[in-house]
Design a protein around this ligand. Structure first.
Ligand SMILES: C[S@@+](CC[C@H](N)C(=O)[O-])C[C@H]1O[C@@H](n2cnc3c(N)ncnc32)[C@H](O)[C@@H]1O
Length: 252
């Protein structure tokens, strides 16, 4: 699994984007005192931390299949309940949570329709199910420039464009199919600045996610070619990386 990696490597690769995205997403969720929230695919806890800040740690539960991420989330967020589990089989009763959310997870789920039905099931009536995924199809993911370079060297590389939720309207359709009502879609945008090209590149060498895993499998020459192609596209820095996620929310 490309997420069986150290939480600190995840922080450097995707956490630098998912932390600011968490704030944007949480602002959109109409969170109120007294609500209970479930963060599905919580990773090391970027969104979980924002939920805990706003609702109180005891009101927040996280689940993730990755053992190192579950360990890190438990250590970082005392008071939050963190369980090792997958979205397709959530170990909770029906109707327990007011907000059931998954940030940057749908495109990694083994069975997105089944997982979203599960998220809907554990949400109380009139509660909210909400998800987001980077706009890979529109070339607006943090990794989009990297994938342009990778595809020029490895034409059949996985650029995540074909994954669930990676295009306009798809997350909303998944939520409707899962049984949610009054589904709304939005775009959430963040920008992350890397002071130099080397600081932009280094996280890709940590083996995290499909980008890092595919780079790690290449021979040294091909890896250098991808790096040089990225440098041609981006320059020496500072590098500003704008990224936009599709978000959808619906009522149980
Ligand atoms: C890009 S990370 C997002 C982590 C976190 N939500 C964040 O915003 O930083 C994707 C996460 O989805 C988890 N994941 C992968 N497949 C999953 C599944 N079937 N159910 C739940 N989580 C899953 C991975 O272990 C990983 O932690």
């Amino acid at each position: 699994m490309s997420f069986h990696v150290a939480a600190t490597a995840y922080d450097r690769f995707m956490g630098r984007f998912s932390r600011p995205l968490s704030t944007e997403f949480a602002d959109w969720l109409d969170l109120r005192d007294g609500q209970k929230a479930l963060d599905v695919g919580c990773g090391p806890g970027a969104l979980t931390e924002v939920l805990a800040d706003r609702l109180g740690a005891a009101s927040v539960t996280g689940v993730d299949p990755s053992e190192p991420f579950v360990d890190a989330a438990r250590e970082r967020l005392p008071g939050v309940t963190v369980v090792q589990a997958s979205a397709e089989s959530l170990p909770f009763d029906d109707g327990v949570f007011d907000r059931t959310v998954a940030q940057l997870v749908v495109h990694f789920m083994a069975d997105p329709p089944a997982a979203l039905r599960e998220m809907n099931r554990v949400t109380r009536e009139r509660g909210v199910v909400a998800v987001n995924v980077w706009d890979f199809e529109g070339g607006r993911a943090p990794q989009s420039m990297f994938f342009t370079a990778l595809l020029s060297v490895v034409p059949d590389a996985d650029d995540e464009v074909g994954r669930a939720g990676a295009r306009r309207g798809e997350l909303a359709a998944l939520l409707r199919d899962a049984g949610c009502r009054d589904v709304e879609e939005a775009e959430l945008a963040v920008t992350v600045t890397s002071p130099s090209f080397d600081e932009w590149w280094e996280p890709y060498t940590l083996g995290v996610g499909p980008a890092g895993a595919q780079l790690a499998k290449l021979g040294e020459d091909a890896r250098s070619e991808v790096r040089e192609r990225c440098r041609e596209l981006l320059g020496d820095g500072p590098i500003h990386t704008p990224a936009t996620a599709w978000a959808a929310k619906g009522t149980r």
